[in-house]
Design a protein around this ligand. Sequence first.
Ligand code: ADP
Ligand code: MG
Length: 726
Amino acid sequence: MSGIKARLDAISAIINYKPSHAPLNFSETKPTEVFGCNVFNDKVMRERLPKDVYKSLKKTIELGQKLDPSIADTVANAMKDWAIERGATHFTHVFYPLTGLTAEKHDAFLVPDGKGGAVAEFSGKMLIQGEPDASSFPSGGLRTTFEARGYTAWDVTSPAYILENPNGTFLCIPTAFVSWTGEALDKKTPLLRSNQALNKQAQRILKLFGVQTKLPVVSYAGPEQEYFLIDRNFVFSRPDLLIAGRTLFGAKSAKGQEFEDQYFGVIPRRVLAFMMEVERELYKLGVPVKTRHNEVAPSQFEIAPIFEAGNLATDHNQMVMTVLRTVAKRYGLMCLLHEKPFAGINGSGKHLNYSIGSAELGSLFDPGDTPHENAQFLVFCAAAIRAVHKFSALLRATVATPSNDHRLGANEAPPAIMSVYLGEQLADVFEQIKKGKVEGSKQKGIMNIGVDTLPPLPMDPGDRNRTSPFAFTGNRFEFRAVGSCQSIAGSQVALNTMMAESLDYIATKLEAATAGDPAKLNAAVQSVIQEIIKAHDAVVFNGDGYSEEWHAEAEKRGLPNLKTTPDALPVLTSPEVVKLFTTYGVFSEAELASRKEIYLEQYVKTIQTEAALVVRMAKTIIFPAAMRYQGELAATCANLKAIGHDFKMTTLECVTAKLRDLQAKVAEFEKLLEHSAEDTLAEAKFMCCTVLPAMLEIRAVADALEAVVADDLWSLPSYQEMLFIR
Ligand code: ADP
Ligand code: MG
């Protein structure tokens, strides 16, 4: 299919769309029965494992104790029987390489029995460890190809599950992916390490407050996932959407999002049907999806689960993205997870609601009811403020991707400057502590922890500041800079480790000041919080993060403003960041260097691909359409002249001038692309500062042509059609 016919066929396919299968029926099978039915969860384990094995496994899952390898065979066997009963023929270790995607390699359970038959086999060793060929995954210099082996190691804390396909099912085992020398090649390993570091330091603080707890402190995450849905038929005539996931050309639609009639609006029928099936699939996998609604831009939507322990939430978010993509196809739709599929309307993010705590303690960012609990809350909160101030550049680097660059700082997402929003009341509490004297008496308006009764702290800061990248929302922080197609692992790894460093700092101070005497705790806490606020409240900002004034003010306060990915990624190997991660055993220096290299490489490759698409589309789609129109105009003019009309050939001249311009710009652009730089960073900078702006210039001419060329000659589906025909 090509040209205008494809465009018309797409529209007609949408108009005549009929669902290919019967509607879901939750009254036949209750959602409660569906939930977790494909997960090797606690209930299944208790039923199927011998008591001692179950108990031992539970200890590893809940308390983070080392896995006893002697139980692996028993667990593997139970898992295999369960999976085979549910139709599985294969198993796979699932892992999360640095591409940000989910990777799997399937193996059959069946092995020949040597007598002409076959038996199903799945040993403890196969459960615990796999050996995918790692050479095709990015390693950023961590591995040379002759030692290309990596191995996957069972992550006991994320349950195994079954994925369905129309032709069968298979067992999936979440794993960490490491090289033979033990370096992390994935997103999961550092996350697990960072949780250990966080727990160790958080426990020191809790101990000072006399809190007894069995369970480890972990990060919690609730990612709100935004996405676009457009009819799939359009994608086949848009090479940019198909290959790059975003439109590289396209004139603005007459109507965009300015009517604000989309947000929380009635969900279109087909989209709702899609959402229901997505939810059902996710329920089966035990993903606790909760919220669905329209988002701000036309054809933009959101799905959010109930928060879970960070590691599990991360795996679940990967599943959410996969399920969104696959189910969309069944409904004739394409799910776009790119951060900026369409220019001129909002892009998509993934607000990462982040807290730390445990099932026993709840969120440690939750103010309590008593002054004592409040004091503990203020310590954790002060730690977060200090962490974001000290490592704001790192936090920014964790959301640096070519696609997210289009969003950050574009007055629709938080700016690239990292700041903390506390809400008026909490900001005021810290302000007063800052002013107060440590041993000071009860002056009015000055707070002394444990001496004054702190005012009831905000459960919900009421007004929602949408422009802050890191906003306190009552019992958690909402990190709003994460991109919609990113893994949420990276930001959590940074947050956990930054928190560990701050808690370590505070615990060391408090331990020294109290010297084992709990009576001295309040004064010590007062003093350390005061000191932290004095040193770090530059990062606190409660105003409008989009405003010009804030950019100027932030600069005065010395807050980094790393506008683009090539600005931000070098932070990963800066001395402070290397020290942070190596001190807490989360990343080695080599692992950090590899990440910087891989992400820079991904940046370069992404823009190279887009640049190639721009050239190809300009030459083979846009130029020919405009030239045909030019021909028509020229013929009309000639005819009119022939019958004696005298007139100005305005449109013809306009099209001709733009065509010339387009041709010249594309030729120039192709020359530009011959450039080669000495290293990846230089190449990335070139892409950022030279290639991207040049792409936009070509786009401007092409979009202007779209606005004048006869619509029936234009073969690219328009913004109007893609965004408003459902
Ligand atoms: P909003 O759009 O108002 O920010 P949503 O309901 O869409 O809120 O999403 C809020 C997310 O925050 C949900 O995933 C929710 O489960 C999660 N959340 C709530 N409490 C916590 C917490 N203590 N830690 C982490 N995430 C949390
Ligand atoms: Mg929301």
